[in-house]
Design a binder for this molecule. Sequence first.
Ligand code: ASP
Length: 348
Amino acid sequence: MMLLKKTPSVLLIYTGGTIGMMQNSETGALESFNFDHLQQYVPELKRFNCKISTYQFNPPIDSSDMEPALWAKLVRIIDYNYENYDGFVVLHGTDTMAYTASALSFMLENLCKPVIFTGSQLPIGMLRTDGKENLITAIEIAAAHHSDGKPMVPEVAIYFQHRLMRGNRTTKAHAENFNAFNSFNYPALANVGVHINYDFDHIHKPDYSLKLKPHFLFDTNVIVLSMFPGIQENIIDRVLHVPELKAVVMRTFGSGNAPQKEWLVRRLSEATERGIVIVNISQCLSGAVEMGRYETSLHLAEAGVISGYDSTVESAITKLMFLLGHGLSPQEVRYRMTQPMAGEITKP
Ligand code: ASP
């Protein structure tokens, strides 16, 4: 008997962002267009050996307006359509794409299918757009599977300018260049040239016997606090005493260092005792926090600050919101922040 090969199917979810905008010829401003007209701008979509359905956010969201309720909406769409599609492509504004991709990597527990984010720096209708290649290759990756039918990339990833990167390892690093994203601390999952070269050693290997478990809860009582020379005690004190505050991503210098002020260690220590979770993330984009390497970070460890290792800020803040949203105690949140949940940190 001849086995008929199933045509792969991809659900394309358009949330908003530059990729789906076009220039108003009168005002020059970028405006969102109806995504049903996608085919008109990308006729190449008809040539795919793949069924493509679309879903669009109405109204489309500039990614600066993304928030946990919209992450939950995305998860609901993926969960609802999970059995009907081989992969998902999420078109998203680039500004906060790394936050959404990080959040979804935690929200989609036991994910066994590709969820590929992409967008563009120039709208898809523009002659020099980067959106076409991003979109076409993202669809190809979302539909790609091994000969046994298993997907090539069963995880949340961002595809941008010839590189596929793990979503929760990615940061928007350029406002101008076409290669807007970088994954500083984890190798690309695929490099795209004439061929798509997947790096299977670094692509997540899921347990296919587990069922997708979607999560929706977030607690947003968190803040990112960046250290700088001259930082004031009264300001830090106020921030750490905001009544609802539950967690802080503290962006420190170099390998995780902060000023050696007695008051700083005392204030952080008091905050930890009040149950506030403080995670140490370096301001450097590449490399990891090494608590205790210098005396300056040893004091932070003594104050109860925990290492965020080589996490991105985007991943650390969304993971904190996710864990707190699930009602975990500060001790549990502290512990889980030091354990990889979706490949977001590498422990030494
Ligand atoms: N402001 C846009 C957004 O993030 C920029 C983009 O799409 O690149 O939605």
